[in-house]
Design a protein around this ligand. Sequence first.
Ligand code: 5AD
Ligand code: SF4
Length: 442
Amino acid sequence: MKYKIITYGCQMNEHDSEKIAGMLEGMGFRPAAEDNEADVIVFNTCLVRENAELKVHGKVGSYKPLKEENPDLILAVGGCMMQQQEIADEFYRKHSHVDIVFGTHNLAELPVLIQQVKSGQNRIMEVWEGDRGLVPDVPTRRKNDYQAWLTVIQGCENYCSYCIVPHVRGQERSRPPEDILKEAENLAREGFIELTLLGQNVNSYGQDLEENINFPTLLDKISSVSGIKRIRFMTSHPRDFSRELIAVCAAKDNICPHFHLPVQAGSTSVLRDMNRGYTREEYLKLVEGIRQKIPETAITTDIIVGFPGETEQEFEETISLVKKVRFDMAFTFTYSPREGTPAAGREDSVPRQEKSRRLQRLMKVQNNISQEINQELIGSQQKVLIEGESKKDPDYYSGRTATNKLVIVPACPAKTGKIVPVKITEAGSWTLYGEITGNCQS
Ligand code: 5AD
Ligand code: SF4
C-alpha cells in the first residue's frame, strides 16, 4: 500500500504533511513514486491568498480521471482551506471524487477516517472547531535525518486585518516545554543537527501556559541541548521581538543569525490599518537593535502591496523602508481579500494592474539589494549545511549558510547532512555559488 502527499502553503503545513506521512507509515503505507502507484493521495491545502485556493481546486480536479480509472484510490483533502467550514462544504459538494475532507484540528484522526472509507463507508467530511486544545503529537516522518521542524505553539491571535489564519488555526496554544525539550533531546540523540522552531508567532510562546516561561527562555533551553548545531525559528512578529530574545540569540552560537521579520508595509498608517501593532519607526529601531547586538545578521521579510486604501505615497514609504533596511530577501505579495477578515469588508481600492505594477517595482528594488548584499560575500568562507542534489542539476548539490542563503556547490554526496566550509565564488539575488574547501571524501 502506497501514499502520496501534495502540500501547499507554509512550513507549518509542510510539517503537518510530515505528520500525515508518519501516521500513514504507521498504518503500513509506503511512499509512492508515481501518482498511479498510490492507494491514498492526501492534499494539504492553504488559503492565505486566493491564488493558493485556486491552485488547490485545479490540482484536486485534475485527479478525477485517475479516481475514475481506479475507484479504490482514496483521495483525502485537509489543511487550512478545509478548516473553513463554508469553503469545505462547497469544496466537498464540487469535488465529488474526493473521499475524505478533514481539517487542521482533527489531523490526528486521518487514519481512522481512511479505515472507515476502506471498510466501505461512503464519503466523509469531518472538520472540528478549533476549541479542543492542542492537536495531539503523532508520529512524524521527517524530510531527512539531519533537519527537523519542531512546533512550539499552535494557532494565532494577532488578527492582522488582512489575514485569514487566526480564523482558521484557532487560539494560541503553547506546547508544554517539557514535551518540546524531550522532542529536541530525542532528535539530537537520533543525530539531527538543525532544528527549526515553528509557530504562527513564536514570540507569543508561553503566554497561555500556567508556568512562567516565554520564548527566549524556551529558546535558551533548546539551544543548550547537546548536539544541536543550528537553531532557527519562525515566524516572529516584530511587535513581540524583545530585547531578551535578541540577548539570547546573541549569546548562543548555535542560534542562526537569520531572522524572518515580516514587515508587511512601510507606512505607519497602513500598518495601523493592518492592525500590526508597530509603527515604521519602531520596526526600523528593532532592526537596528538586532544588528547592533548580532552583526552579520540576515534579515528577511514579507511585504504586501495594494492593501485597501494604500496610496502611491504610502507605497513609496514601503520602497523607502526596503532601501533603508536592506533586507537580504523579501517575499512579496499583492493584497488578496479573504472573506471573513476585517480588511475584506473594505473596498479593494487598488486596481489589479496597479497592484502588479507596485509589486514589480518592489521586486526590482529588492532584487538589486539582494544581489548587492550577496556579491559582497564573494571570496568569503561560509559554513554550509549540505542538503543534497540541487533541484535543477544533479551534478550540483545545494545547502544553506547559517544566514539561510542557498548555496550551490559541485556534487558531493558524502557531505549530505554535514556542515562544510565553502568558498563563495559567484552570487545572484537568490543564490550563491561556491566550492567546498577541503577534502570531500569524509
Ligand atoms: N493577501 C496577500 N498576502 C497575504 N499574506 C497573508 N494574508 C494575505 C492576504 N490576504 C501574506 C503576508 C504573510 C504571508 C505568509 O502571506 O505577507 O506574512
Ligand atoms: Fe500556512 Fe497560513 Fe497557508 Fe495555513 S493558510 S498553510 S497557516 S500560510
